[in-house]
Design a protein around this ligand. Sequence first.
Ligand code: ADP
Ligand code: MG
Length: 288
Amino acid sequence: SVPLTFFGGLGGASRRGILVKGSNYMDALAKLGVVVFDKTGTLTYGEFAVEAVHPTEFDAHELLHLAAHVEHFSTHPIGAALRDAFPQEAHDDCKITNIEEVAGQGVRANVGGRLVCVGNEKMMETVGAAWHKCHRVGTIIHVAVDGKYVGHIVINDHIKDDSAEAVSALRKVGVERTVMLTGDRDEVAKDVAERVGIEEYHAGLLPTDKVSQVERLLNEKKADATLAFVGDGINDAPVLKRADIGIAMGALGSDAAIEAADVVLMDDKPSKIALAVAIARRTIGIAR
Ligand code: ADP
Ligand code: MG
């Protein structure tokens, strides 16, 4: 018998903020065996705050100003954090052209005739800048001008309140493997993975590396189990498409992610995945 409080099917899922784009994804959710999480905006809020500024040239204010300028048009949460950290009233009209956002690396632009790069170690390597190693836990944004290293900015994000619960709830519904993938550095990835209870993680990945990781995990899984990738949609549309089930964060997520996804979590709570599995199994059980 079906309890009156149970809302089954696609409608029931949507009443709980879980948008499932078709009944075939209900079948796939019922057989969920592997869940692959993106880090930023998925297990973390994706809201970075500037913690420290370490210039090797200029002063701290100038370094932050330069980074905020280059990030002016970025849609990435890191770009938003660097812009927010800079006082608006001090905004001047220095010239920026040729802005190029490189997925999984950062942003490069021409500022007053000089090539300014703002991003991670990979981005520094592309211009041959000798970046300084930083041992603090936090996401590190390096800055180089014409290939010369000028310092770094430490920024920090926070783990979502329900991420750890989301991972343990997945184990309880029988998901055998949970994995985290990120373009961020190893120190940050290790810290987040440990805190949320994910044993396997891979850091320093470009968007294309995330696709290869998902392909490997698809090969390794049991034939009757399905694999889900969960992301916020910033640069992960290809990997959302590659998974059996692409799950996107609806509130933070980009339009591209919501398009590419098979399931959308309207309130951005990863704990809704285990609930989706439970609803899917009950729906299928009732249909049989
Ligand atoms: P994740 O894999 O955790 O979701 P992303 O793939 O979005 O993260 O970004 C990976 C890394 O690329 C970031 O940790 C950062 O080092 C760098 N990066 C990406 N976009 C930017 C940006 N706009 N400014 C500076 N760095 C960036
Ligand atoms: Mg991401």
